[in-house]
Design a protein around this ligand. Structure first.
Ligand code: 4NP
Length: 148
């Protein structure tokens, strides 16, 4: 299984989702590939935001070696599931799809709602981490149920 986490900058939210989900699947001994990307290209090649690195570190997770990259059309074919952090990400990714099969791979990380962007508010990194962690556990259960 290949899962891509997507947000705007690929430095705050999707690197956390990437690191957390990779940790959870590794813990289960699953040989799944998790990656992340941003719809924007401003931070390409950079490590995650230091505040995301710090909050992950506080939970024993090292995301410091990740490198930001921009979402590309080839990702539709490369990944089984494309999980987007907010509704704008959803619009932006869908706008690049060329067929229904690609559109079907895209879903909001949390059904019906956006993961708040903590970029402009230092106090939001921990709540966003907790939100992403809780949802990742549920998502993993759902994926496992569906491949049984
Ligand atoms: P992210 O947060 O989409 O969770 O990585 C952001 C990071 C950078 C910017 C916006 C959101 N920015 O405007 O540079």
């Amino acid at each position: 299984m290949k899962i891509l986490m997507v947000c705007l900058g690929n430095i705050c939210r999707s690197p956390l989702a990437h690191g957390i989900m990779q940790h959870l699947v590794n813990e289960k001994g699953l040989d799944w590939e998790i990656d992340s990307a941003g719809t924007g290209n401003w931070h390409c090649g950079k490590a995650p935001d230091r505040r995301s690195i710090k909050v992950a570190q506080s939970y024993g997770l090292d995301i410091s070696t990740q490198k930001a990259r921009q979402f590309q059309v080839a990702d539709f074919d490369e990944f089984d599931h494309i999980l987007v952090m907010d509704k704008q990400n959803h619009k932006d990714v869908i706008s690049l799809a060329t067929n229904q099969h690609q559109i079907n791979k895209v879903q909001l990380f949390i059904p019906g709602r956006s993961v708040p962007d903590p970029y402009w508010d230092d106090t939001q990194f921990k709540p966003v981490y907790d939100l992403i962690y809780a949802r990742s556990e549920k998502l993993l259960q759902e994926f496992l149920k569906n491949i049984d």
